[in-house]
Design a protein around this ligand. Structure first.
Ligand SMILES: [Zn+2]
Length: 114
């Protein structure tokens, strides 16, 4: 059973790109200032999807340390609807209220300003 788990972990494509280094880099950037997942992906040079996959782990590490982590929820630019009830890290594609696709993505921060 343990062996199967280990094999699954190794074959997981998310784990291939030196996850510890990537997560450290994400933490460093979040401690510097507020960032969206896209900004993190551009600065680190990995896909946004990968950032989102690692984000829960990064948050856990940040929460275990001294750094306060905060999220400014995604917001509709048309009607101002805030996506508070959504799963925290995903980026909504469309507003449920006015159906606009002009959505400001959630902003993550661990610099203590939020
Ligand atoms: Zn809207």
């Amino acid at each position: 059973m343990l062996l199967i788990c280990v094999l699954l972990l190794i074959s997981d494509p998310k784990e291939r790109q030196l996850p510890m280094t990537l997560r450290k880099e994400m933490m460093r950037l979040l401690e510097e200032g507020p960032r969206t997942a896209r900004e993190l992906s551009q600065k680190i040079g990995v896909r946004e999807k990968e950032i989102l996959a690692h984000l829960p782990h990064v948050v856990k590490s940040l929460a275990a340390g001294k750094h306060p982590f905060s999220i400014t929820p995604a917001q509709c630019l048309e009607c101002g609807h805030k996506f508070r009830d959504r799963r925290r890290f995903t980026i909504p594609s469309r507003c449920p209220r006015c159906r606009s696709e002009r959505i400001e993505p959630p902003v993550f921060s661990a610099c203590g300003d939020g």
